[in-house]
Each structure stands twice: as C-alpha cells, then as structure tokens.
Design a protein around this ligand. Structure first.
Ligand code: FAD
Length: 376
C-alpha cells in the first residue's frame, strides 16, 4: 500500500475499473491504493456552485468560512458569524448532469466510506468495506487517532444511510428513464451486471471520438479525469470539467473508453471481486458490501474542529501517513479562488491538515494520483 486517495463515489468507481483492467492496459498505478470514498448525494461544478451562492443569494464565496448540508438545506457559515441557509432543492438546476444518473450514494466500492448521515453532529459514519479498510480503521482507533462506537449505539443510525441511498436511486432512475425516452443512452446503468469480458468486447474499436459522442456530449461525464490519466499517448486533458483531445488517438487504442466509469460499470462483478467474500463480509441493500459500520470521531481536538464532521478522514489518513502505511495522500484543497477545489498531494502532517473540510464542488484528481504514482 503506497498511496491513499479520497474521492466521491464516481471517482472510486473509476479507480476500481482502472484496477480491474490494469494488466490489459499495462498500467498498475491504480492497483495499490487505499480508497476512501465520501458519501455523496450530488455535486456541482465550481462555476455553477459559485453562481448559486453569489448570483442567486448575493453572498461572496470568499466570505464563507464553511459550507454544510443538513436536513435538506445548504448552510453557508459566514466569516462575520452570520449564516445563509436555503433549501437544497434550489441548487438542483446547478447539479452536474452526470450526477443526476449516478446510483451510488455511499461510495460502495471504497475500502472505507465516510459521511455525515447516520451519526450525530461532529461524528462521522464509517463503513469499513474491505479487509484492509477495516484493519486501518481499527488500527487508527487502537493507536489513539480516532474514537469508535458501533453504529447501533448512536441515532439516527444506518437506516438513514439506507434511506438516502434509496432516495438517490429512485430519483436518479427516474431521470435515467426520462433520458432514455428522449432517445439518450445511459450506458453505465445497462452494464451493472456485466462481467469484464462483456465490458471489454463492448469497448473494442472505440476511441476518444466515441467517448465524446456517447458520454461527454450526452451529459454523462463526471469529469473524474480517468480518460486523461489512462491515455497512453497523454493526449487527453480535462479543461474546465470537460475532457478534450489534444493530439491523435493511437490506432486501435480503446483505453479511455474501456476505463471510463460511464461507458460501463460492472458493479456486481467489482463488488464481488474487489471487496471479496470473507467470513466477516456482509451485504445489505442501501449500504453495500461491508465488514463493520462505526460511528467515529477524531481524538485530536484541532482535527475534530477543522473537520467537516467527525474529522475522521483526516485522522485516519494521519495515522496511515505517520505509520508508513501510505507515503502520500491524494485529495483536494481550496485553491487561490475561494472554495475552488484543486487536487493536492499531502506528504506531511501539515499538508494533510490543510485539506480537511468538505468543498462542495468537483475537481478531477485522478490524473494527480497517476502522476504521483508513476513519479516514484
Ligand atoms: C460533493 C460532496 C457531497 C457530499 N454529500 C454528502 C451527503 O449528501 N451526505 C453525507 O453524509 N456526506 C456527504 N459528503 C461527505 C461529507 O461532507 C464529509 O466529507 C464526510 O462526512 C467526512 O467528514 P470528516 O469530518 O470525517 O472529513 P475531514 O476530516 O473534514 O476530511 C475531508 C476530506 O475530504 C476531502 N474532500 C473535501 N472536498 C472534496 C471534494 N470535493 N472531492 C474530493 N475530496 C474532497 C478533503 O480533502 C479531506 O481529505 C459529501 C462530500 C462531498 C465532497
């Protein structure tokens, strides 16, 4: 294990797919990674989120200290102590089109999934899915980085995770059906039960032009940056959330199409093969595959205070970095433009502490993970 990566569910799906085809594409940078997935109902492109806050609600992004989403509202805590609160519903027109057909709320392919729902304020819900994920959570607790409780001991508990997963699926399947009735294909939804052979066969002969036609121009792209990261010619670049071709595809190359998590998503295969089927493994609709589910919070007061919820992502990563479990962490932090996320590689404690908190918009960080891995 050399790197940790933090991302939203679609980022984690992308990494698992690259990993599944690593031999075939001759790239192993996605193989040996601790994948931490954040719960996610939806996401916004930065320019849209900014327009929502500044144009619709007259609040400057640089005046916001922290954003929160609680009980159906977006809450901006301002630096002057005031708060701006408005219904999440008002943000719906700004939500990325790719998010509107995503069925994954709880990052079901991560080693460890972490989110706010299910636990009281300043705690996080932690779903340890893989053996390595559960091992790291338990070691971080034993070494005093986090405090753990079984999820059953807190309210509202895991039933809220299940409810939000079900809500996301129901709403987004309605959107899928509307798009299909309008003549658009939503490819990944059709392939959830496919095996890798079927995915490979469906991808052969398809290059960036097909990716553009099937995914990017139809509003399915989630700007994860996987196409940029896997392109063997280095000629794909995500500019302003949109992948662009900056050169020529190699003859018969279908790497970007094969690895994109929206051309196909063999979810059942990935769940069974990457998260395993050990004695301790359980499967539940609405939660996914897991070993244990906890309520957790950081023990360090500074991490807890700076953290979005329980500061658990930062505390677990700090444990992993300080104990040589990983040598770097790829996540995002605020850039020069207030609240614009930029991919960031943390190698030290202070790097990592500078990344805590949630930024509610997306930045493609998978190319940064690849560059950090191949630079070693
Ligand atoms: C777009 C988005 C939507 C979310 N929606 C929900 C939701 O509906 N329900 C829910 O319960 N939880 C949601 N979360 C997760 C929640 O906001 C917290 O991130 C999570 O509870 C972890 O809190 P923490 O205090 O343990 O993490 P912290 O210790 O504060 O660490 C947060 C980590 O997340 C990383 N991060 C921050 N923003 C992003 C980003 N945009 N992309 C990738 N990594 C990022 C940081 O770099 C840091 O490593 C969402 C997160 C995001 C990014």
């Amino acid at each position: 294990m050399t790197k940790a990566y933090v991302g939203v569910p679609c980022d984690i799906e992308a990494l698992r797919k690259v990993n599944a085809f690593s031999k075939e594409i001759g790239q192993d940078w996605a193989d040996d990674i601790l994948r931490i997935g954040l719960f996610c109902r939806e996401n916004w492109a930065y320019s849209c989120f900014r327009a929502l806050i500044e144009d619709d609600y007259g609040t400057k992004m640089e005046d916001v200290l922290k954003f929160d989403i609680k009980k159906g509202n977006i809450i901006a805590h301002l630096k002057d102590g005031e708060t701006l609160t408005f219904p999440l519903e008002k943000s719906k027109p700004y939500v990325r089109m790719g998010c509107q057909v995503c069925l994954d709320f709880a990052a079901e392919l991560a080693d460890i999934s972490i989110g706010a729902v299910g636990t009281p304020a300043k705690w996080s819900t932690v779903i340890a899915r893989s053996t390595i994920g559960n091992d790291i959570v338990e070691r971080a607790a034993r070494e005093g980085y986090i405090e753990l409780k079984p999820i059953d001991e807190v309210k509202p508990g895991v039933k809220l995770v299940t409810r939000l997963t079900d809500n996301k699926r129901t709403e987004n399947l309605k959107e899928v059906s509307e798009r299909e009735q309008a003549g658009f294909k939503v490819l990944h939804i059709k392939t959830l039960n496919d095996d890798l052979d079927k995915v490979r066969e469906a991808s052969k002969g398809k290059d960036f032009k097909d990716l553009e036609f099937d995914i990017i121009d139809t509003g399915l792209c989630i700007s994860c940056g996987t196409c940029e990261a896997v392109c063997p010619e280095g000629c794909i670049k995500v500019i302003d959330q949109k992948p662009e071709l900056r050169g020529e595809c190699k003859k018969e190359c279908y790497t970007c199409y094969l690895c994109c998590p929206r051309t196909s998503l063999p979810m059942v295969y990935l769940e069974n093969h990457v998260l395993g089927d050990g004695e301790e493994t359980k499967r539940e609709s609405g939660v996914g595959t897991y070993i244990k589910i906890y309520a957790a919070r950081a023990k360090d007061r500074n991490i807890l205070e700076k953290g979005q919820d329980g500061g658990v992502v930062t505390a677990i990563l700090l444990y992993a970095l300080k104990n040589g479990v990983v040598d770097s962490v790829i996540s995002v932090k605020k850039g020069e433009d207030a609240w614009k996320p930029v991919p960031f590689v943390s190698k030290t404690d202070s790097d990592l502490l500078g990344t805590s908190g949630t930024i509610y918009s997306h930045s493609p960080s998978i190319p940064t993970l690849k560059n950090d891995s191949v630079a070693q």
